[in-house]
Design a protein around this ligand. Sequence first.
Ligand code: ATP
Length: 470
Amino acid sequence: TEKTMDKIVALCKNRGFIFAGSEIYGGLANTWDYGPLGVELKNNIKKAWWKKFVQENPYNVGQDAAILMNPQTWVASGHLAGFSDPLMDCKECKERFRADKLIEQWCQENGVELPKPIDAFSQQEMKDFVEDKNIPCPSCGKHNFTDIRQFNLMFKTFQGVTEDAKNTVYLRPETAQGIFTNFVNTQRTTRRKLPFGVCQIGKSFRNEITPGNFIFRVREFEQMELEFFCKPGTDLEWFNYWRTFCHNWLLGIGLKDENLRLRDHDPEELCFYSKATTDFEFLFPFGWGELWGVADRTDYDLTQHQNTSGKDLTYFDPETNQRYIPYVVEPSLGVERSVLAVLCDAYDEETVDESKNDVRVVLHLHPALAPYKAAILPLSKKLSEPARKIYEELSKEWMLDFDETGSIGKRYRREDEVGTPFCITVDFDTVGDAEKAGDNCVTVRERDSMEQVRVPISQLKEYLAERLAY
Ligand code: ATP
């Protein structure tokens, strides 16, 4: 069976993972709201990242900076001058495109190999390429495009009551800069020596020209970023360290290696300040797409901020008695793209019974990511009370579902479809009756194998803890 975006979007909508934003007002293009299950999945991904990158990591600490920053930040980072995409319109149907994406897509569809990576094309080269190859408008098929112009992706707003230029502030297009501007604060207060890293999870905003593919490209999204500061000269070593670490983290949350591709930039694709960059790409139903960017950014960012702010951002190295600006390795991961990758990777349709044409939809989510860790299912409404007791006890530890409607088979299927690793059924043997004492056991069904075992209620917590550990 084929995994399609339509199926995944439908499951998300119908099971309360992700809804179209502002739906009752006809929506707001490309905004998405996370429902009861979506918020759990999203939070679990963030928790899994924080656990491995901060909590268990000897090198890194966390922080949470403001979304609105002094506009000088964006002068220093280069976002005000250069954070733009090449925009082009079709003069016939008025459709709007990103020239780079138009070229890439056309090449992919027509089996044409680009002479060099698209990021290495100048604006003029893109225009020439579109003309040389006679690339048509994907929307109307005509060949009449406007010139390419650069469109800045930063969202603007105003701070304070007057809406004039000097009150203009920007919604951050990445979380990283709040880490750089706090470098001295963090280093001083934690008394860290190099190498050390600072992690942050937070919203970023980009006024994308062509958002789409569900939650893959949106204008409001979250990033999980690490800025890892190290001594110049050790940066490539640390780059490789984090490249491997990030790869292992993705495998550790259950993504299949066959759906991942680590694409190293070649020299002409690299940003001028970067010594090495790897894009982690995932095979989405619509093709390979970037999930995670890992880059050796040298001392570019801190140097820019030092020059623009006039503040000393050097580090004193007690081993060599020298002052220098640290180098930085940056792994930058999108939360929404992670959610989408995890959903696409986990989605499956399994034939349970060939003869009955019986197919179950199942999300093989890693237990650490599953919205519900277990579902408590009383076999009959008469068993609600003992089932509730179990629910109350276990929900102190984990997010659980409680479902007492419909046949047990249907309930299992509903839990499979949202990736609940364990179903716990309370039946009449559990509580017993006048003739026969209860066995104080429940039936635990595992999602992937569908195997069922009897587990004493007294051992349930331990049983689950062992299997849900991350
Ligand atoms: P793309 O080429 O897809 O626009 P990018 O190279 O501009 O991405 P970065 O600036 O490296 O992306 O951002 C780091 C990460 O942030 C990306 O790998 C992605 O996971 C996430 N991200 C960036 N832009 C968006 C967006 N518009 N919507 C959702 N996630 C995004």
